[in-house]
Design a binder for this molecule. Structure first.
Ligand code: AMP
Length: 314
């Protein structure tokens, strides 16, 4: 089953204490779509300008990403630039150029409206609502967000949260959204706002998954070489959503309460973490272009071992 992915498609400039690269393929939807494509075909909804390099279009196509929902309009593509500190968890946005994004209204092609699995990647909540409004009975909708929308579009974000089945956000955003210092309380509070599942990302320290009376703390993969953390969160969301879509869950499986089994969601969190861990090993999507099935399974097994505890004196 294919996954519909909405979000930004960008040309990024990224600076770390070691290197700087300009005009990289980036954006929440680009990262999420490529990560999801490891598991399932993707339908991409976004906008770029006529300066968008054709090699990136060819790359999406090579990953089985359908581009009927991609608008290519006269003007410049959205541009974002960020700088990482020595602690790669710390990032400062240096500049944002909205360009063609400024007048973006996502219109779904007819074939996209019946999409069952949907990832509303990080983008203005009004646009996430607009896509949701065009869908005919989606099975399972996941939304990602960022601190910017909590600060400038909180009401729209809260009404979006009430409409989705899962929310993904990072630890700082979860605290800001709920006013709770404890992430456990924050996760519970967000579930009370509507979504059956909440995933709170903790950067290089893993992630917390909340379901109905169930909880999973996913460890982080102990990476030695982090070159560019940009898009890790989007890859996590894309990998997780792509994995779920690939499971061919039907209405009957999901039931009235959109009950993705907790064990399946736990596995989806691990699958998303594996893809995200590869992505940070290189700038843009360079590492994801080369990951082999064997490397993926090897890392998945390490994650499984890390998240299991067996008593020595059992
Ligand atoms: P992350 O590292 O997961 O926060 O995602 C970084 C990606 O988000 C970059 O590739 C940016 O192009 C994109 N991005 C940055 N700011 C925004 C924004 N306001 N709306 C949508 N995407 C953004």
């Amino acid at each position: 089953m294919s996954l519909l992915v909405l979000g930004s498609i960008a040309l990024d400039t990224v600076k770390t204490p070691i290197e700087e690269h300009a005009d990289l393929l980036g954006g929440s939807a680009s990262y999420a779509a490529v990560a999801a494509s490891f598991f399932t075909p993707v339908k991409l909804v976004g906008i770029v300008g006529d300066d968008f390099p054709s090699e990136h279009i060819e790359f999406f196509k090579s990953r089985n990403v359908d581009l009927e929902g991609l608008q290519i309009v006269p003007g410049k593509t959205f541009r974002w630039s960020g700088e990482y500190m020595w602690d790669m968890n710390q990032r400062e946005t240096r500049s944002v150029e909205l360009n063609v994004f400024e007048n973006f209204t996502p219109e779904l092609p007819e074939a996209y409206r019946s999409s069952r699995f949907v990832l509303l990647g990080n983008i203005a909540p009004a646009l996430q609502h607009h896509v949701l409004d065009q869908l005919i009975r989606p099975h399972f909708v996941i939304a990602d967000t960022m601190d910017l929308w909590i600060n400038i579009a909180k009401e729209e974000l809260l009404s979006l949260i009430a409409r989705v089945d899962m929310l993904i956000l990072n630890d700082g955003e979860a605290r800001e959204l709920t006013g709770e210092t404890s992430l456990i309380k924050a996760g519970r509070r967000i579930r009370e706002m509507g979504p059956a599942f909440v995933a709170i990302k903790k950067g290089e320290h893993g992630c917390l998954l909340f379901g109905e009376n169930q909880f999973f703390s996913c460890p982080a993969y102990p990476l030695e070489d982090i070159h560019d953390p940009t898009g890790a969160g989007d890859c996590f969301a894309g990998g997780l959503a792509g994995y779920l879509a690939s499971r061919h869950l039907t209405d009957a499986d999901l039931g009235e309460k959109k009950g993705v089994p907790f064990d399946m969601m736990r596995q989806a969190v691990v699958e998303g973490s594996v893809v995200a861990s590869f992505n940070v090993e290189s700038f843009s999507m360079d590492r994801l272009r080369k990951v082999t099935k064997e490397e993926n399974s090897e890392r998945y097994e390490i994650f499984r071992t890390l998240s299991r505890f067996e008593a020595l004196d059992a």
